[in-house]
Write a protein that binds this ligand. Structure first.
Ligand SMILES: [Zn+2]
Length: 270
């Protein structure tokens, strides 16, 4: 499995790649809007990303966060084109230091080279449209979405993906994710450009659904905790038992992580 899909949406070019075609969680969409690439795709798909990158000229690369499916080819594209990727300051630090990729993710996406990214330009634009970086930690501590207010688009990185979730990585944090989602929902957009799900029209409504789902899950988890249930009992009752996938990841990616993090949500603030 390699190139899964190529499509356009208005003036946006999109190219979905992935080693495994098990749906949106194992494939990644590289986007080009006018003169800009948004994220770089996983390194184990470089031979399929390269022709997409070479197909049209571009002047700018914007990274949303350091995760290997987003940054994996940043070094290769930099080397190929001479265009230095731009990234939020925290992402630059993480990419300079290098980061550990859990085995399961390395199998799905490959590795990520250390790359020296440049800070985001002030007065960031794509073509002649203004772009506002929207800092949205929670999924990753460095994650930033990019808002094109004039057209009502949000390049949403991994903020949305689906309107519910059942598993959480150990380094994700639901209270922070809820804060970030509220922040994003206060922005002016209607379409989400998601590197896993694709183009999501009525995206604000969908993101609100995900937010509401997580608040409800947190409310239910905390009610069960109050009645004396422990983490595994709450997890099983609300999401079902952790299966083989959680076990294989050493519970790095599991249902219990999601419930544990939901128990930390301050429900008076949501
Ligand atoms: Zn990510």
């Amino acid at each position: 499995m390699a190139i899964i899909d190529t499509f356009t949406y208005r003036d946006l070019d999109a190219h979905r790649v992935g080693r495994f075609n098990f749906g949106i969680n194992t494939s990644f969409i590289c986007y080009r809007l006018q003169d800009t690439l948004i994220d770089c795709g996983p390194s184990n798909q470089w031979k399929y990303v390269k022709p997409f990158v070479e197909a049209k000229p571009f002047k700018q690369i914007l990274l949303t966060h350091h995760h290997e499916d987003h940054s994996g080819n940043a070094g290769s594209i930099y080397q190929l084109s001479g265009v230095q990727p731009q990234a939020p300051d925290i992402t630059i630090d993480i990419m300079n230091r290098g980061f550990k990729i859990p085995l399961m993710q390395r199998v799905i996406w490959g590795s990520a080279d250390r790359v020296k990214a440049a800070p985001l330009r002030e007065d960031l634009t794509i073509g002649d449209e203004a772009v506002a970086p929207v800092f949205t930690p929670g999924h990753a501590k460095d994650m930033t979405c990019y808002l094109l207010k004039d057209r009502g688009w949000l390049f949403s990185a991994d903020l949305y993906i689906a309107n519910y979730l059942k598993f959480l990585r150990i380094d994700e944090h639901i209270p922070t994710l809820l804060d970030s989602t509220r922040h994003a929902l206060s922005c002016d957009f209607n379409t989400l450009i998601c590197p896993h799900r694709g183009v999501v029209e009525n995206g604000k409504k969908k993101l609100q659904e995900k937010y509401d789902y997580l608040v409800e899950l947190s409310t239910n988890a905390q009610a069960q905790r109050q009645s004396g249930s422990d983490l595994l009992e709450i997890t099983e009752s609300l999401l079902g038992k952790d299966g083989m996938m959680s076990k294989l990841s050493g519970y790095n990616f599991s249902k219990r992580n999601l419930i544990r993090s939901c128990l930390d949500v301050d429900l008076s603030a949501v």
